[in-house]
Design a protein around this ligand. Structure first.
Ligand SMILES: *[C@@H]1O[C@H](CO)[C@@H](O)[C@H](O)[C@H]1NC(C)=O
Ligand SMILES: *[C@@H]1O[C@H](CO)[C@@H](O)[C@H](O)[C@H]1NC(C)=O
Ligand SMILES: *[C@@H]1O[C@H](CO)[C@@H](O)[C@H](O)[C@H]1NC(C)=O
Length: 290
């Protein structure tokens, strides 16, 4: 008698909340950063009895199991190799009916459509979530050219925004000229590589070593020369991606003070052409800042 009532009670409890449950996923595609984490949402509108529930997360293209919840527990042993140890249920959230999956160490190959299928004894529901192409390396610099006079030191900006460990990046600063690229500065295998620098830049160009762990690959160029005028490209490569930014050194000349002094007493027109242009460029540069 007692058993009978228990069984009835159990059926009653599972039938009422289970029938017609709604499963929710993501409103739109998700983007993820390379090396970062992304939450793949999948949740029901009410808690479901866990013991008779199965939650199956898969890729739709390959049918690879991303993660599985079965018989009241998560089943990491069933995960496909590509997701082993990288996809996790949120254990405190499961009793609330939240079967969202946290995927970390995002790789380019993670882009694709995933489905979360929730099975109860009576029903099944499915929702799909798309991870768009994993966000690429983002490399930023400064749009404004750097103005300098010969002999001054300048800093050219290059910052990398990524969750990839910087030691896995290769960063090259190149001077890009009509007659080819010159390797100005190189960071590879977690180190600065001065031996590969073009001799014109050896001991003149360097990274701010203490800034590198933050993804700051800005370059310090000492004692700027007239021939440094032009474009420098900061190229960043990871295993799967590349990105770059360009910096420009403009308005090179001799020191402004010196030029003004040499210009005033001179009756010759020609020597004044350069200083004048130099002063004008400096003024127009100030103008853009006001
Ligand atoms: C599910 O759990 C995650 C992680 O705690 C949380 O960010 C998300 O808001 C939860 N979703 C719902 C619907 O509660
Ligand atoms: C990056 O990788 C290096 C070498 O593998 C390691 O020593 C360092 O702790 C890592 N840094 C971070 C922030 O994970
Ligand atoms: C990078 O480091 C240099 C030198 O410390 C600093 O001037 C510059 O502002 C830094 N850039 C960023 C984006 O933090």
């Amino acid at each position: 008698m007692c058993l009978f009532f228990n069984a009835l009670g159990h059926d009653f409890m599972s039938l009422i909340p289970v029938v017609g449950f709604l499963l929710h996923g993501s409103a739109g595609p998700l983007t993820a950063r390379l090396g970062g984490a992304v939450l793949l949402p999948c949740f029901v509108d009410r808690p479901l009895p866990l013991e008779e529930l199965e939650v199956d997360w898969r890729r739709t293209d390959s049918d690879t199991i991303v993660h599985l919840f079965q018989d009241g527990q998560s089943r990491p042993e069933s995960q496909g190799d590509a997701y082993r140890g990288r996809a996790h249920f949120l254990s405190q959230e499961i009793p609330k009916g939240n079967f969202s999956l946290l995927l970390d160490g995002v790789r380019t190959a993670d882009a694709g459509v995933y489905k979360c299928v929730v099975y109860t004894e009576q029903e099944q529901r499915e929702t799909r979530v798309e991870i768009q192409e994993a966000e690429r390396l983002v490399v930023t610099g400064v749009d404004e050219p750097v103005y300098a006079h010969a002999g001054e030191d300048v800093t050219l900006s290059c910052s990398v925004d990524t969750h990839v460990n910087v030691t896995e990046l290769q960063v090259e600063w190149r001077k890009t000229d009509d007659d080819g690229d010159i390797l100005v500065l190189l960071y590879a295998d977690g180190e600065n590589r001065p031996e590969s620098q073009d001799e014109r830049y050896s001991r003149r160009a360097e990274f701010f070593t203490e800034e590198i762990p933050k993804g700051n690959f800005s370059m310090k160029l000492r004692k700027v020369r007239t021939e440094d005028k032009g474009e420098f490209r900061c190229e960043v490569h990871s295993d799967t991606d590349s990105a770059s930014t360009t910096a420009r050194i403009a308005a090179l000349g001799e020191s402004l003070e010196g030029l003004v002094l040499t210009c005033i007493p001179a009756y010759l027109i020609l020597p004044c052409v350069w200083p004048f242009r130099d002063v004008l460029q400096l003024q127009s540069r100030q103008g853009t800042y006001h």
